[in-house]
Design a protein around this ligand. Structure first.
Ligand SMILES: NC(=O)c1ccc[n+]([C@@H]2O[C@H](COP(=O)([O-])OP(=O)(O)OC[C@H]3O[C@@H](n4cnc5c(N)ncnc54)[C@H](OP(=O)(O)O)[C@@H]3O)[C@@H](O)[C@H]2O)c1
Length: 296
């Protein structure tokens, strides 16, 4: 049994993570949210789960826990970090459930490197508008979580024992994270043209998608990831297999006028490319255009 805080518990990933931990029947949950709500309900493939736990909106009300799980968007790191001191992070391990490959870098100003566990998250979850104080999340398939094959990773896997999560500690986490990044990076194109995933069947856009992933492969390899040349074609093929009317989260955030996670995705490829002297023109253009289009 562990006392576990989830920062961002009313969001898509945070809510599903909390529901999975709750279904183990073993843990005490502390649900840290930003916007005040009364209840969080998760529609899982197995049925509805109403979250039980201590609901907090003010970091100053938090007390130490055994584990912290951060499930905010990557651009909300500074505000998420306000919870850490009172939750006892530093002694407690901190799992960062976000997209990208810079989980440790993002939280380096706040937590020691060895207390951070980067988590690759793969699960389509939608957040529905909060109504009458109830935050509602819809989990579309099994939650896939991948962590490093080390002590913290093993402990993290153990927390989910008895839940439906597909959670595994893998030997080459870096490669898993870069493969996910390749997929996310292509998502910049539908978000740019504000058209659902089907737009990637366009031949010219498909060529740009391949360029985006080839740059990702070059930079990822320089970082130590084991990425085959075929990842470019495989990623595009996977994107083309998606439901043609599906909308990725960059696109959805852009439509809703919310900030977008472009910096943690294509931005990471550009930044890390620069450190290795690898040109990333396709990703640079995607970042520049999306930043200009979403600038307030
Ligand atoms: N959704 C998916 O299907 C999916 C799949 C794979 C990976 N991911 C990744 O998972 C991460 C989380 O994404 P998401 O889709 O779950 O985002 P989300 O639905 O926007 O949820 C983020 C939550 O964090 C909350 N938050 C922000 N700052 C906070 C703070 N200081 N204290 C407490 N809560 C705070 C937000 O509160 P408010 O209610 O105030 O906005 C929101 O409820 C991202 O890196 C995303 O790329 C998402």
């Amino acid at each position: 049994m562990a006392r576990i805080a989830i920062i961002g518990a009313s969001g898509a990933i945070g809510g599903v993570i909390a529901s999975l931990l709750q279904t183990t029947g073993k843990h005490e949950l502390v649900l840290c949210v930003r916007t005040p709500i009364d209840r969080i309900v998760v529609q899982t493939p197995e049925g509805e789960v109403a979250l039980n736990g201590t609901l907090l909106t003010r970091p100053e009300d938090a007390t130490p826990v055994d584990w912290v799980m951060i499930a905010t968007k990557a651009y909300d790191v500074d505000s998420a970090a306000q919870w850490l001191e009172n939750l006892g992070a530093g002694a407690a391990p901190v799992a960062v459930l976000q997209n990208g490959v810079e989980h440790r870098e993002r939280f380096a100003p706040y937590i020691a490197h060895e207390r951070i566990l980067p988590v690759m998250v793969d699960c389509p979850v939608e957040r529905q508008p909060t109504q009458n104080g109830v935050a509602r999340l819809v989990q579309r398939s099994t939650m896939i979580l991948r962590v490093e094959d080390e002590t913290l990773g093993h402990e993290f896997v153990g927390l989910f024992a008895g839940s439906t999560a597909d959670v595994v500690a893998v030997e080459d986490w870096l490669t898993v994270a870069w493969k996910k990044l390749a997929n996310n990076a292509v998502g910049a194109l539908p978000a740019l043209v504000l058209k659902p995933a089907g737009v990637l069947h366009d031949e010219a856009l498909g060529e740009v998608a391949l360029d985006i992933v080839r740059e990702c492969i070059a930079v990822g390899r320089a970082e130590g990831a084991n990425l085959p040349d075929s990842l470019a074609e495989d990623t595009l093929a996977a994107c083309r297999r998606a439901l043609p009317d599906s909308i990725n989260s960059l696109h959805a955030d852009r439509l809703a006028g919310r900030p977008i996670e472009i910096d943690a995705r294509n931005g990471a490829i550009v930044r890390k490319g620069k450190t290795h002297g690898i040109p990333t023109p396709a990703n640079s253009m995607a970042v520049a255009l999306l930043k200009a289009m979403t600038a307030k």
